[in-house]
Design a protein around this ligand. Structure first.
Ligand SMILES: *Cc1c(COP(=O)(O)O)cnc(C)c1O
Length: 258
């Protein structure tokens, strides 16, 4: 069962209390942490309710589901355009569709994907017909679990160095915004602290290192179970699903009408 608008309102209030407590402990402003509402497996009506409660940024794992909910431009109540973040791994043959629907892709983890995105974005109309400028983050498998996607921690630095060596002129349609990771998912939030700190150190090392990394100021980390630790370790985007929308029913994919 999906939450009603009133249920979502109280879940949002509880979540906002968690976020501001964590910001206080970390000595950070609430404005320094963006809330990305992870709407995967929840229907378009849940997205409408979220927008009514002030949501501006949504996260989806699968490109097809993102297209269903976010292909038509929408306005947030603050007047801005609602933004779609693709946060799940994207197969090479879906990168073009991802580039069309997304404002930001958090899950890029290969040079092939970067090159392909540059090519497809150059061919999209964008705002002035000169291609779309797309924000991307690199996913790091900082939890070092075999099942998780992302760049290996031991290869991440060499990967970023190779982008710096190519220079910004090789990727005129891409803005490298920072790093993303999924924590340890053990049920104990503290277990993720080390990988969040690893991410921050790597991001800080590359921030402003040449024009390629001029905008490398984002850390996408923290979910329902570990967002406080992520905020303490410098997260600028927390990706929250369950705490806002409730449990996902994986037996009912949104793009499957059956
Ligand atoms: C599903 C998902 C989330 C949201 O997780 P919750 O625990 O429901 O908050 C965040 N990030 C990614 C990459 C996800 O796939």
């Amino acid at each position: 069962m999906e939450f009603t608008l009133e249920e979502m309102r109280s879940h949002l209030a509880a979540l906002e209390a968690r976020i501001s407590d964590a910001c206080k402990i970390a000595g950070r402003s609430r404005e320094s942490v963006k809330l990305v509402w992870v709407s995967k497996f929840h229907p378009a009506e849940a997205v409408e309710n979220a927008i009514a409660l002030g949501a501006t940024d949504f996260g989806e794992n699968r490109v097809q589901e993102a297209e269903l909910k976010f292909s038509t431009p929408r306005k947030a109540i603050d007047g801005s355009r609602v933004r779609c973040h693709v946060i799940g791994p994207v197969q090479s043959n879906k990168l073009k569709k991802a580039a069309i629907v997304a404002d930001c892709i958090h899950s890029i983890a290969s040079i092939e994907a970067v090159e392909k995105l540059e090519k497809v974005c150059a061919a999209l109309p964008g705002e002035n017909g000169a291609g779309k400028i797309l924000d991307i983050l690199f996913q790091i498998n900082a939890g070092e679990e075999e099942t998780k996607s992302g760049l290996d921690v031991h290869e991440a630095e060499a990967f970023l160095e190779s982008l710096a060596a190519r220079g910004q002129s090789a990727f005129p349609h891409l803005r490298f915004r920072g790093l993303m990771t999924i924590g340890k998912n053990t049920g104990v939030a503290e277990d993720s602290r080390e990988c969040f700190a690893f991410l921050r150190n790597l991001q800080q090392k590359f921030l402003s290192k040449g024009a390629v990394f001029a905008n490398f100021d984002q850390l996408s980390m923290g979910m329902t179970g570990d967002l406080e630790v992520a905020i303490e370790e410098g997260s600028t985007m927390i990706r929250v699903g369950t705490a806002l929308f409730g449990e996902r029913d994986y037996s009912k994919p949104v793009n499957d009408p059956a």
